[in-house]
Design a protein around this ligand. Structure first.
Ligand SMILES: [Zn+2]
Length: 118
């Protein structure tokens, strides 16, 4: 016997409403059967607002939209909030803040770090 494929008719709430072909004896489902097609925990949380994003945790970062390197995933809304310029960030080593207590020196170090690394 080969493989059998049975079509499922699924409504907008992920309820299976029908099993099988119309021609080959289908089975109408009287009671709603909730299928967990997309369980919530397979999606990333937004790092800003905490809402579930539509990005699967298994999606490689190279293929994501709204992924901020070194920070994490943004939902579409948070991602769209800022201008593209507003979404560009650099990271500096934490110790800069304590090592360079003089504001002007800190600024100079950050600027140098930027030109050296970005
Ligand atoms: Zn968000």
């Amino acid at each position: 016997m080969g493989e059998h494929h049975v079509p499922l008719q699924i409504d907008e709430n992920n309820n299976v409403t029908k099993v099988g072909h119309d021609m080959g004896g289908s089975y109408e489902i009287k009671e709603a059967v909730q299928l967990e097609l997309f369980p919530n925990d397979i999606f990333e949380d937004c790092i800003l607002c905490g809402e579930k994003t539509t990005t699967l945790k298994t999606t490689h970062v190279d293929f994501r939209t709204g992924y901020i390197e070194g920070a994490g995933q943004l939902c579409r809304e948070c991602y769209m909030k800022g201008s593209s310029e507003g979404r560009e960030h650099i990271s500096i080593p934490k110790h800069f803040v304590k090592t360079y207590s003089n504001n002007a020196e800190l600024g100079e170090r950050v600027r140098r770090y930027y030109y050296d690394n970005y």
